[in-house]
Design a protein around this ligand. Structure first.
Ligand SMILES: Cc1ncc(COP(=O)(O)O)c(C=O)c1O
Length: 394
């Protein structure tokens, strides 16, 4: 190992890049003393995100989890309902189902880690019945009140098929686009549209590991004006009289602060550049790993132009315990890597919930490794990661 290698800095999995006007805009908040949950940057960030994604309205929230929680409530989820969710995803959307007092039903994924829509059709056909205006889960007799498709790793769920199916079965859709800001459809009826704006509710996250960050933050996208107004009202403690603080219902303090929004505005200005860098680095991984049969870099669904947020490598013959050992060996080489999340239908709070034929997600969880993908990653970093990865799996 050369001296340069010995001094190499740790290569994290996914960290933000704050090289734009973040400092300048935050300074404006401090200079004007507008640092809290009202201020010009909140409105500007909402308008900028709406205009970037093509949504008519965007409602800023304290984080993506809050955005999902409010959207599920607005979609009409009430205690005792079921909500359809993927098993292979970060646990936040699953937890928000619980916050509404509802119970998740877990679904399998396709080869790109997103909900398998043909399996979803089989689920509806064999496991549900229509009663009046509701789709009922036969095993419990309870209503299925919503579905949360997650655009995993910056890819895109086949929303054209999923939305048509959910219309047929009367299921409201809340898109979790927290990982896919900037991803667009390139084929079919949704061609040209962003993820997060294909239905009534789309949720974004600006957590530190996402493609743009506010430190923490979230957003709900909708085209429906009255829904947008109500989401804002609920996120601001449901104030019915702004002077006398009269409240007719229980609201939430889910607002984003002006300081966070200021960072968000500056980050959004750089989003297209981040995507370009991520695409170039993805191609570099692809070239470097092309001759290693055991390592397969997984792309994104063919019907979308992905933001390339997260990179996934599948390793032939690997099990989860092999991944654990590999991750430790890579950490010694100053590389952070990570397996996909523990499947949610196996997590302690959710083990007793229904799960429908989850086989693909179980297979992918055994052999998938996420490798560094930050938007400030250099080709030299990518080359180093690939060199070590190839050495370690041989
Ligand atoms: C798929 C998914 N949904 C929801 C969230 C929640 O977002 P936040 O961390 O902003 O609450 C995240 C990420 O953190 C996520 O990856």
């Amino acid at each position: 190992m050369s001296d340069a290698r010995c001094e190499r800095a740790f290569i994290p999995l996914s960290v933000p890049s704050l090289q734009g006007r973040e400092g300048e805009y935050v300074q404006q908040c401090i200079d004007t003393e507008w640092v809290s949950s009202a201020g010009a940057f909140v409105t500007r960030f909402e308008e900028d995100v709406a205009s970037y994604t093509g949504a008519r309205f965007a409602i800023a929230c304290v984080n993506g989890t809050a955005a999902l929680h409010l959207s599920l409530l607005m979609a009409g989820v009430v205690p005792g309902d079921h909500v359809l969710v993927p098993s292979l995803t970060f646990i936040a959307p699953i937890n928000t189902v619980k916050y509404c007092g509802a119970e998740p039903i877990f679904l399998d994924c396709d080869a790109f880690y997103n909900i398998d829509v043909s399996k979803l059709r089989r689920f509806f056909e064999s496991e549900t019945r229509i009663e009046g205006d509701a789709c009922v889960y036969r095993q419990t007799g309870r209503r299925i009140a919503a579905i949360v498709p997650v655009h995993v790793f910056g890819g895109a769920v086949d929303m054209e098929s999923l939305s048509a199916l959910c219309l047929e079965y009367r299921i409201p859709v809340v898109e979790d686009a927290t990982e896919s800001l900037g991803t667009r459809y390139t084929a079919g009826e949704l061609k040209g549209r962003h993820t997060g704006v294909t239905g009534e509710f789309g949720c974004l996250s600006f957590n530190g590991n996402k493609i743009i960050t506010c430190g923490g933050g979230g957003m709900i996208l909708t085209d429906n004006e009255s829904v947008a107004r109500r989401l804002k009202y609920l996120s601001e403690q449901a104030k019915d009289d702004l002077e006398f603080f009269v409240h007719h219902e229980v609201g939430f303090n889910y607002r984003l602060t002006n300081v966070q929004a200021a960072i968000g505005v500056a980050q959004l200005e750089q989003l297209d550049q981040f995507i370009a860098t991520k695409k170039a680095n993805f191609q570099r991984y692809r070239q470097n790993l092309a001759d290693t049969a055991r390592l397969q870099l997984i792309g994104y669904p063919p019907y979308c132009d992905s933001n390339h947020w997260f990179y996934s490598v599948q390793i032939d013959g690997y099990r989860r315990e092999d991944l654990r050992a590999l991750i430790q060996r890579l950490a010694v080489q100053k590389i952070q890597a990570r397996p996909v999340w523990e499947l949610n239908h196996r997590q302690k709070p959710y083990r007793s919930c229904p799960a429908f034929e989850i086989t693909k997600a179980a297979e992918l969880a055994e052999k998938t490794l996420n490798v560094p993908c930050s938007s400030n990653l250099t080709f030299e970093d990518v080359d180093y990661v690939c060199e070590k990865l190839i050495q370690e799996v041989k």
